[in-house]
Design a protein around this ligand. Structure first.
Ligand code: 1PR
Length: 573
């Protein structure tokens, strides 16, 4: 097998990149010292998290001059995400830290609002283009009707970032660069860029399904230009093919596709096997004699099935994680390792991300160490539930002081906000009026049997087993301040009900934060996804039971959305 060298200098969360490279028929060798850079032929520099942290780590370990030399010698270089940003002069994220300055532009932070006053979530998380090719044909006659490193105009790629390299027309082309752009709201930026032996993408090709694997393969095989291809789409072709034409009417997404997430609640059943289960209002036991844990299938197989149906992300929640277990036996590690071998879209893992004491060794293990294990096994994001509620309570009782020690803060500082999801399990509390309420309370269109027509949403911990005196708005605002990058918004009253999402809850939370919000709980038919996207400004929608029970596929949901004029990612093989 041919070899490519990978420089994993800080984060260690690049298992899926290794898997993607291996899927393309190459093997990975690690760069462990700057001297290794000299010996390498092709280098990939993945980057994650904070620009300053990445560049400083590279610099203090002596890698920057080695990379510079590698590039100057004409050997192939591929930078991914912060690996692309490293090519630029610097970034607003850390203004005193210089980049490699191969491109003199400074990276900027996305603004949360567009010039027309419409809003956009930051970080930008989702699928976008890298297709509009800008290329100076006088300098380099190639490129006419050709694909640049396998990039395809019909394809979508997975981006997750708060900072971007602004695209300034013709500036880069005049210097011989070829640029593929993406647009988020009113800001057009560099999605991919290349010149000679250098290539870099802001998006994550290893997380961009078949479209991304094509890009990695093109780099590995040294195919800067190749015949443009019409990607083969299958399974969910009908609606999805029609989507691109209709999608022009879907203008409220800031350019991203409507993100559909398949969620697998996982726990050990009474026989000791890890199974995918699904509750009704979080009760996962059958209503028959024996009240067994509902067993809907095997986690790895099901994740693969949803990937093949076109799911844009897969989330695993270990729902009995409040029980301590030895760190080396964390049940989801193996599931992640195996899933990330064949599933090339983002994987989130939730359950048990908190400081803990190993029940066998008695050793203290920090939330960051737990998260590290998951990232090292193939997770892209970790989702924090109970621990976030406790941290938010402490945040308010200390007069909104950040301790810097919470799981959210420590993981966000090391891996970036985009890697930290907070999973919220709110429960409705009915009250007669807004008067005298200290909690964020709204009027509801669905009063309870006693006619009370106002509600607030109480946060719960331990999978809904304990209700706290903290409302959902307080929680999401606190975790946003701590550095969470996304909210996974469940609703215990809707969970497993097939009645559709709780739109009142979603609107309330969306209005309270700038970070992306994922709607969850209640999806029973594809029209519920259409409803939540059309009636709220939610960033993504998650489904579980309707997929697990085989009532609908992810592809059918996307077909439905496409026919309803909403922009979805075409599934490619
Ligand atoms: O508190 O950090 O250890 O995390 C525990 C995680 O496990 C939390 O994210 C919590 O939401 C989840 N959890 C705990 N108990 C349950 C349970 O069901 N008994 N599941 C549970 C939460 C909710 C959704 C579900 C949607 C969609 N599951 O993820 O998939 O409601 O369902 P639907 O489409 O079928 O309606 P920690």
């Amino acid at each position: 097998m041919p070899t490519v060298h990978l420089l994993d200098y800080v984060a260690g969360n690049i298992r899926s990149l290794v898997n993607a490279i291996e899927k393309c028929g190459w093997q990975v060798e690690w760069i462990k010292t700057p001297e290794d850079v000299e010996k390498a032929d092709k280098i990939i520099l993945p980057g994650v998290g904070h620009f300053g942290h990445c560049l400083n780590s590279l610099s203090s370990a002596g890698y920057l001059p080695a990379i510079q030399k590698h590039i100057e010698s004409g050997k192939p270089f591929f930078g991914i995400c912060v690996g692309l940003q490293a090519l630029f002069a610097g970034s607003e994220e850390a203004s005193s830290v210089p980049g490699l300055n191969l491109i003199s532009t400074e990276l900027k932070r996305f603004s949360g609002s567009n010039k027309d006053g419409s809003q956009k979530s930051v970080p930008c998380i989702g699928w976008n283009d890298a297709s509009t090719l800008h290329h100076d044909r006088d300098q380099d006659p190639e490129g006419e009707g050709q694909s640049f490193y396998g990039l395809n105009p019909g394809s979508k790629y997975y981006y997750v970032h708060s900072y971007f390299a602004p695209y300034l027309p013709s500036e880069l082309e005049e210097q011989g660069w070829t640029v593929a752009t993406a647009t988020y709201g009113d800001q057009t930026y560099v999605g991919a860029v290349g010149k000679g032996n250098i290539f870099a993408t802001q998006f994550h090709p290893e997380k961009s399904g078949a479209a991304g694997l094509r890009v990695i393969k093109s780099f590995l095989e040294g195919k800067m230009w190749s015949e443009a291809i019409t990607p083969s789409t299958s399974g969910n072709t009908s609606g999805v093919k029609g989507v691109s034409e209709k999608s022009t009417t879907d203008t409220s997404t800031n350019g991203l596709t409507r993100r559909i997430i398949a969620c697998l609640d996982v726990r050990t059943n009474d026989q000791g096997d890890l199974v995918v289960t699904k509750g009704d209002q979080y009760d996962v036991r059958e209503k028959t004699a024996g009240s067994e844990v509902r067993n809907l299938g095997k986690p790895v197989e099901m994740a693969r099935r949803y990937y093949n149906q076109g799911a844009d992300e897969v989330t695993f929640l270990n729902i009995t994680s409040f029980r301590d277990c030895p760190i080396t036996d964390l049940p989801m590690l193996e599931i992640l390792r195996r899933t990330s071998e064949t599933v090339f879209v983002p994987l989130t893992i939730g359950g048990g991300i908190r400081d803990m004491v190993d029940p066998v060794t008695g050793e203290k293990v920090s939330a960051l160490d737990v998260a590290k294990l998951y990232f090292g096994s193939g997770a892209d994001k970790v989702s924090i539930g109970s621990d976030a509620v406790v941290a938010a309570e402490e945040y308010y009782s200390s007069g909104k002081k950040l301790s810097g020690m919470t799981s959210i803060e420590t993981i966000s500082a090391a891996y970036g906000a985009q890697a930290v999801v907070v999973s919220v399990d709110p429960k409705k509390v009915f009250v007669s009026s807004i008067e005298g309420r200290t909690h964020h309370t709204v009027k509801t269109n669905e009063p309870d049997s006693e006619g009370r027509d106002h509600v607030w949403y109480a946060c719960t911990i331990k999978g809904g087993r304990e209700t706290r005196d903290l409302d959902v708005v307080q929680l999401v605002q606190a975790v946003e301040a701590m550095g969470a990058g996304e909210i996974l918004l469940n609703a215990i009253d809707r969970d497993g009900s097939n009645r559709g999402y709780d739109l009142e809850l979603i609107k309330m939370v969306k209005n309270a934060v700038k970070i992306p919000v994922i709607a969850s709980s209640g999806a029973g038919v594809p029209a519920h996804f259409e409803e939540v996207f059309k009636m709220t400004k939610v960033d993504a929608a998650l489904g579980a039971g309707m997929f697990h029970r085989g009532e609908y596929t992810v592809a059918q949901v996307k077909d439905h959305l496409g026919k309803a004029g909403l922009l979805v990612r075409p599934f490619e093989e």
